[in-house]
Write a protein that binds this ligand. Structure first.
Ligand code: OGA
Ligand code: MN
Length: 196
């Protein structure tokens, strides 16, 4: 089921899978994120371990950490698929992925996330990054919010559009990446499979 994805992770270490979510799932999760935000459950994301410091010039998104026990059915279904993915990656690549931490992220217009790596200096548990875009089907190139992704830090980045339903996954410690500012709210479900 994840053959190409697993081969890419074993080879280059990253993979983009359009259509990982159905249109209904994109819609349901987008609405779920918006409802949480309307209820005031999001907070400005920080940088560094424990998200200690809010620095909007580095990253301007707002996040809501997922509590699996509170997840509505559509989100639960997606979490189950990610659990299947975790097991498949462990079987194929022996990464020892143990758990996952996930948040919804909303980048308001004009917000981005400067070029960075996902692994903290003082905590090396984050091993595999997963990003699922939840943007509506009318998201266009002019809306921005691209993911710039450097397979090799010395050459031009790949430009990945944050189209609803697309999964981007990569080895967390290896790849520099950046989020360019968007013109409208840019919504995603993002997380990290961790080692013990
Ligand atoms: C992150 C991140 C990229 C994206 O949250 O660490 O790099 O495309 N997100 O949302
Ligand atoms: Mn990142």
């Amino acid at each position: 089921m994840f053959d190409v994805l697993l081969a890419d992770l074993a080879g280059p270490g990253w993979h983009v899978a359009p259509g990982f979510l159905t249109p209904e799932e994109i819609d349901a999760l987008h609405d779920d994120a918006q409802a949480r935000q309307a209820a005031g459950a999001f907070h400005a994301a920080g940088v560094g371990k424990g998200s200690a410091q809010v620095r909007g010039e580095i990253r301007g998104d707002h996040v809501f950490w997922i509590d699996e026990s509170q997840a509505a059915p559509p989100l639960r279904a997606v979490l189950e698929r990610l659990e299947t993915l975790r097991q498949a990656v462990n079987q194929a690549l022996f990464l020892g992925l143990f758990d996952v931490e996930l948040h919804y992220a909303v980048y308001p217009p004009g917000a981005g996330y400067q070029r960075h790596l996902d692994r903290f200096r003082d905590d090396d548990r984050r091993t595999l990054t997963v990003i699922l875009y939840l943007n509506p089907p009318d998201w266009g190139e002019e809306d921005g919010g691209q993911l710039l992704f450097w397979p090799n830090p010395d050459v031009a980045p790949q430009v990945i559009a944050p189209l609803g339903g697309t999964l981007v996954t990569f080895l967390s410690e290896r790849f520099w990446h950046e989020v360019t500012p968007a013109r409208r709210d840019r919504v995603s479900l993002t997380g990290w499979f961790r080692r013990r």
